[in-house]
Write a new protein. Sequence first.
Lengths: 178, 547
Amino acid sequence: MTRRELLLSALSAATLSDIASAQQHAQSAKESDAAFRYLATADAREIEALAAQIIPSDGTPGAKEAGCIHFIDRALETFDREKREIYRTGLAAAQKKRAELFPQSQTLAGLESSQAIELIRGIEQTEFFKLLRTHTIMGFLATPAWGGNQGMVGWAHIGLEHKMAFQPPFGYYDGAAK
Amino acid sequence: MIRYKPSEVVDFIVIGSGAAGGVVAKELSTAGFSVVVLEQGPYIKEKDFNHDEFGVGFQHDISNNPKLQPNTFRTNASEAATLGQRYNYGRLVGGGSVHFTANYWRFHPDDFRERSVFGDVPGSSFSDWPVTYDELEPYYTKAEWELGISGLAGSNPFDGPRSRPYPLPPLPVKSSGVLFERATKKLGLHPFPAPMAVLSQPYLGRGACVHCGWCETFGCEMRAKSSTLASVIPMAEKTGRCEIRSGCYVRRIQSNAAGRVTGAVYFDSRRREVFQKSRAVVLSANGVESAKLLLMSASKRFPNGLANSSGMVGKNFMWDLGGLVSGLFDHPLNEYKSVQVSRVIHDYYAADPKRGFYGGAGIDARFDWFPITFGLDGLPPDAPKWGADYKKMLGNYFTHTFSTLSHNTSLSVETNMVDLDPSVKDSWGLPAPRLTFQLHPDDVKNAEWVQKRQVEILEAAGATKIWTYPLDDVGISTHLMGTMRMGNDPARSVVNRFNRAHDIPNLFIVDGSSLVTSGRQQPTATIQALAYRAAEAAAEAAKKGEL
Ligand SMILES: Cc1cc2nc3c(=O)[nH]c(=O)nc-3n(C[C@H](O)[C@H](O)[C@H](O)COP(=O)(O)OP(=O)(O)OC[C@H]3O[C@@H](n4cnc5c(N)ncnc54)[C@H](O)[C@@H]3O)c2cc1C
């Protein structure tokens, strides 16, 4: 079996009304500073700081520019409602770790990049971080209708041109074959 | 479209409008019969399809949703079954033919007599079919021409004889196909253009593929994928005798004291119970759902479920087995464009006793990934999972990777089965199917052997990095086969060689469930050839007044 199919079980499925409302919410999240539906703004900024280490903004757009946090907000508001607790306790644990490692710091968003990376190495294997990784990647690469991948920056990063139609040759080797 | 009243006794009810049900509905209605197709999923059309990977792949927009219709799973009967999705099918008018990858392989002549050719395999119920390739050949041809299949006749030296070429030439080769072809030829193998249920040119009023790439798991906006939704269902409706009644979830096939079926009870879209009467029933709900429905339809006369005097309903469940191996290449492949597959080999298809186990495989070159699935799981297992290096690799690998996928035999084993979970219910209060499945030891040996062949091919193709995926977890099955096997012996099989239930003269079971062996996966061509043949037999019997 392909890993892709295994993944189908990784996330819980939404009901149709969940999907409809998630998409409506996503519409209003088009601008990356739109209000959050579920997350408190302060928490959202903290989570966003962690997401920004998963897909950093190193010269090209990352999770932050893609608005992955809006995908996460929609997820927790609608189809992944039952995962709220994982975020709540996970974020609290991350804050505790931050205070231990960097007693001078106030917020995750205020950490230096190298500090944030050190912190994440300590929580990499937790359920919270694995879920955050999944959500961040989904937000980066799903259609913009779900709140992330704003301006299709995720697709641009992986080299996917979104067009309704293509003509062969599609790549280097089939081009060279002609 | 015609509308029948539930109280009206129609000639046929067809339960399920998928790969098989769509064909049967078209054949029976064009033969002059009144037909009601009861389909649980929605009737959505080309204009409603989209390129939303998250909706289609993760929120089950057009497939079975485990939140509404859960299943349980265990590896053997002594284990407690646990919740978690283990099978996947298209849940809409057109069923799995709408979202399938569209690989359209005929089984080989030896598939139908493989038990005789290879010999017994201990610990399995490996059997010959009661049908031969030659008997099925005209129906394969009919399916290819009526549905619209692209391919190159004669290019696969291992194929059986065919009476006509494909109606359409193959789709354009992709970069993966060019590399795969070069590599397999270097290894002395015989690559051929993938036969696909996708139009390479306009055909029968439908548009050709525009290579958008959003194909596997998606519905096609161009009507270029030859689903029953795009091809035969419109023909059925045009007769004025076939009603496609969507949003209708059948919960019971009704039978009488005389041992005949009399119609079907379903929940309509507002969850009201309705009884539709009919002279005969064709059950085409797929390998899992058809078994579930027969077991749910027990009566005084049929206490173990309908058509189950043999006790074989639900047994011999075969899984969609195979393995993925990926490779990285120097130049861009852009595999995200066009259909998933363009080249295939059948050199390892036949089982060879010299290998020391039963088994075989077809192998194709493909890109089985979309942006999200690739981002989550497409990189090599040793790749970083996050951070700047992850981001960099993701940016490079997505356009420079292709995979080979093997399509492996799944031996039939009687204890692998579908039955009703004793406690878990779905959102309508009906029992959830319980899947019991364990690999046969030969399935395991075959998978390991085939994976080595896939690695060889990617090496010969010049991959700069090659990575595999674990073979021990069978994951989610998408090819649902074998639960109501076909046979001549009513004590060992559920349907006869024309898909008619041994126990009930006016009940036909026509879908993936009747398959006796798994071929090398890609069962849909065979399911549809059998559907054409069964529909012809049903129409003949009905005309003679035998139903
Ligand atoms: C992602 C994916 C890729 C695939 N790729 C390939 C491929 O490349 N090649 C290949 O050969 N096969 C492929 N398959 C498999 C293929 O889809 C199936 O083999 C085929 O659709 C099975 O046909 P069927 O008629 O048995 O059932 P289905 O096509 O599953 O049709 C059954 C229909 O019955 C309906 N139904 C079920 N229960 C009820 C009920 N109680 N009441 C009313 N309606 C009901 C369902 O909603 C469905 O529409 C793929 C499958 C998936 C999921």
